[in-house]
Design a protein. Structure first.
Length: 168
């Protein structure tokens, strides 16, 4: 049964883990840890929602726990980062491949990346994020705004670099 669960959900849950991890090795560790928790807690699944949704929540929570252990508080924005945030207009976002976008998200600081993933990808509210991470709702909103601004800047740079490489 464990092997069947792993084979069915490993690739999807690895994608969840990778969004929160700093690299592929950390994502693999989170995947292992998440499956151990799923196996140990199968008896807790109450069939009130989808089984895949329940597993996904286990992996998100595992990733958050890992993040909390790694840094007790979200990293604050350094002055250098804060001064580098600019408003940029993104018009060619659809030109990015999903893998490119995931790589750009991976470049965010752990705090920004975690809040961004929880809010944009997992659909948590700022209140829920605050409770999960032990931060205020305002801090969650601020981290998300800064993450979006940095992503816009990084995406613009990526697209600019890509255009330059095509014109050479």
């Amino acid at each position: 049964m464990q092997e069947e669960l792993y084979l069915r959900f490993a690739s999807k849950m690895y994608a969840v883990c990778f969004r929160y991890a700093n690299n592929a090795d950390d994502a693999q560790d989170l995947l292992q840890e998440g499956f151990i928790k799923v196996y140990k807690n199968l008896h807790r699944f109450r069939a009130e929602g989808s089984f895949e949704g329940w597993i996904r929540r286990v992996f998100v929570n595992t990733s958050i726990e890992h993040y909390r252990k790694k840094s007790l508080a979200l990293s604050t924005v350094s002055e250098k980062e804060e001064n580098s945030i600019e408003d940029v207009d993104i018009t060619a976002l659809d030109k990015l491949a999903q893998k490119d976008l995931l790589l750009i998200i991976q470049e965010l600081s752990p705090g920004y990346k975690t809040v961004f993933n929880l809010y944009v990808i997992e659909g948590y509210s700022h209140k829920e994020i605050g409770e999960l991470l032990g931060i205020s709702e305002g801090t969650s909103k601020s981290q998300l705004a800064r993450a979006k601004a940095l992503l816009q800047k990084k995406i613009t740079q990526y697209l600019s670099d890509t255009r330059k490489s095509y014109t050479r």
